[in-house]
Design a protein around this ligand. Structure first.
Ligand SMILES: [Ca+2]
Ligand SMILES: [Ca+2]
Ligand SMILES: [Ca+2]
Length: 125
């Protein structure tokens, strides 16, 4: 678990499997309470469940930028040898100009295959 109280932060992962990634039945949780933050990674990051893991990235304020490859940002991968999926959630609460790797409208709740969820709630200021 990684928790940050506020401020403008840069979260950079050179490879991935980070920033709210639950891997191999584990739990990964990144919570950032405020600030204009920049999240950048490569793969399996930013609210991802992988091999039955539970991953959450929760950001509660500010205009944020999320950058990662496909299969990230509220995504869950099916297990290779079991039917039980992981769970991946990216929750962006607040901000007016948040940017994601894919086009995401304001006030959107997007369900993805295999229990992935991307939630984008803007401040409406
Ligand atoms: Ca922050
Ligand atoms: Ca933020
Ligand atoms: Ca935000």
């Amino acid at each position: 678990m990684l928790e940050d109280g506020g401020g403008d932060d840069l979260y950079h992962a050179y490879f991935g499997i980070s920033q709210g990634c639950g891997y191999d039945t584990g739990i990964g949780y990144l919570v950032d309470h405020d600030g204009n933050d920049f999240y950048t990674s490569n793969t399996i990051s930013q609210g991802v469940g992988y091999e039955k893991g539970f991953g959450i990235l929760s950001d509660f304020g500010g205009d944020d930028h999320y950058s990662a490859h496909t299969g990230c940002q509220g995504y869950s991968y099916p297990s290779r040898n079991e039917t039980f999926p992981g769970i991946g959630i990216l929750s962006n609460m607040g901000g007016n100009t948040d940017v994601f790797s894919e086009e995401v409208n304001d006030d959107t709740l997007r369900y993805k295959t295999n229990a992935g969820v991307l939630m984008n709630k803007c401040s409406g200021k």
